[in-house]
Design a protein around this ligand. Sequence first.
Ligand SMILES: Cc1cc2nc3c(=O)[nH]c(=O)nc-3n(C[C@H](O)[C@H](O)[C@H](O)COP(=O)(O)OP(=O)(O)OC[C@H]3O[C@@H](n4cnc5c(N)ncnc54)[C@H](O)[C@@H]3O)c2cc1C
Length: 596
Amino acid sequence: MSQYKAPLRDIRFALYDVLGAEALFTELGFEDAGRETVDAVLDESARFCETVLAPLNAVGDEQGVRHDKATGDVTTPAGFKAAYEQFTEGGWGGLGAPVEYGGLGLPHVLGMPLEEMIDAANLAWGNFPLLSHGAANALRLHGEDWQREVFLTRLVSGEWTGTMCLTEPHCGTDLGLLKTKAEPNADGTHSITGTKIFITAGEHDFTPNILHLVLARLPDAPAGSKGISLFIVPKFKVARDGTMGERNPLQCGAVEHKMGIHGSATCVMNFDGAQGYLIGQPHKGLMAMFTMMNTARLGVGIQGLGLADRAYQNALRYARERLQSRALSGAKFPDKPADPIIVQPDVRRMLLTCKALTEGGRALAYHAGLQIDIADHGASDEARKQADDLVGFLTPIVKACLTEWGVECTYHAQQCFGGHGYIREHGMEQLARDARITTLYEGTTGIQALDLVGRKVMQLQGAGLKVFLGLVESFVAEHAGDASLAEFIGPLREKAGEWQALTLEIGKRAAKDPEEIGAAAYDYLFYSGYVALAYWWARSVAAADASSQSQAFKDAKRETARFYFARILPRTLTHKAAIASGPAPLLSLDEASFDA
Ligand SMILES: Cc1cc2nc3c(=O)[nH]c(=O)nc-3n(C[C@H](O)[C@H](O)[C@H](O)COP(=O)(O)OP(=O)(O)OC[C@H]3O[C@@H](n4cnc5c(N)ncnc54)[C@H](O)[C@@H]3O)c2cc1C
């Protein structure tokens, strides 16, 4: 079985030393988020994830969820429900939620290490509370007062869980095609009818009620995505005074059998005239749902990070223990029958790739999460707006890059185990299988790429990119004369300039040919991700040098940064060349000739 130890030292390093979270929390008015409290939260999260959730990871994979066709009930794997009870007793679900709704009122960014540890320990379990956060956010921003009072408080306490019901059999990415209907009733409620598929945590045995946030069309709705409204549809009807009534006519028709996350209930949900309440304005549901999706997208990025980290930890342990062959330059451990495989450059390539992508990715993701706190609590309108632009820009990068890197790292880590990585008992194949979904749900990698280029860069005139480049520029200027950082500052300056030029070039070409956007999107997204990570690696070295961390820690950061700049950052060259080639190599082959 794969093991898990929460990487508290690096989490604290990212929060305190790299991001300066302690001072920022004070600046933003989080009086209860002093270092002692934050440390206690991190320690307790680690304990819960290591001792309660991690041991259930293989159990969930083996048992999966069980569906009763007659009743529609879903039974979760042994131990999952009890773990959820501990989770809610600890108030973990409401960590970053406002105190007025029963939350702890701590900074949003503190939820990220918690989610990272949960996902690393047990991704399938983590999916049950995940969507409650998104549902809570949608209600907080778009719900009516009574809806917040009745539903939001219960999501925050974890008494009930939430879902996100978008996907239908004929539409996933293109929600403008959805058919689920909402008929108005005389009492102001609506009757929801339709089938949703792939609904995470659509049915389970954790809580007495489940709140489905459902996208549906009103009778007078315009066609396409401008005619979609959002409804809250509880499993058991709920009156406006909060009392729970009879069963709503909705049921889980089946659970999907999947490649990974077997312990997560992925449900077909049938709504048969179920009573629902409109959230927000009619026909503006997609906007409200985007609030939910953005929170969830950062959360899914964190899933990739958690899995990459767990996979790396196990590969590292194995590479130190596994004795095979000798180092090419002669025996490094002559007293042993063979050297451990960690002496081999190729094994180090895989380990260092995981280490570089994981630790750099952690700083990148936490920085994005911090922007949500600044956007909510920043001192000036300008600071709040900049943070909002930045988090919008970084969300598709975090979601897509961290999940694709999660897939890459679980692959490398499995490879470090040789054939043993393919065998179930080591748990490495589960990590690789579980990681695969993260690049697909909450919008595929291709869709994140289009969101980045089409919306965040072209439509919004690169507002978020400008803020990020401003950060890079200040850092580069601040350390211009710093000889110890020169090896990173020069290439970073060069890449930042190239990034800007590349963006302008795509914009110019897209003005003439709209296909340019789609052709450049994937490569532009990864180009952006790798340059952003170069910035975080340079900053990590600077932060480590300035910190009270051990010399070994500082050296490890510097050497990993060197590896990143030498071996991973050059991937940008391929992406740049692909972008330069334009749409022709992708679109010239006639559709009918693909199998010619
Ligand atoms: C385990 C699991 C859990 C899920 N949980 C939920 C949930 O809780 N709630 C929910 O509503 N949904 C959920 N989903 C659905 C998930 O979000 C969708 O599967 C995903 O968004 C992709 O939609 P699709 O499967 O219909 O693929 P499609 O939209 O058919 O896409 C197929 C391929 O075409 C590409 N593509 C499509 N359109 C474009 C375009 N315009 N430009 C470029 N490429 C394009 C996609 O990137 C993809 O590679 C879940 C799915 C799974 C498997």
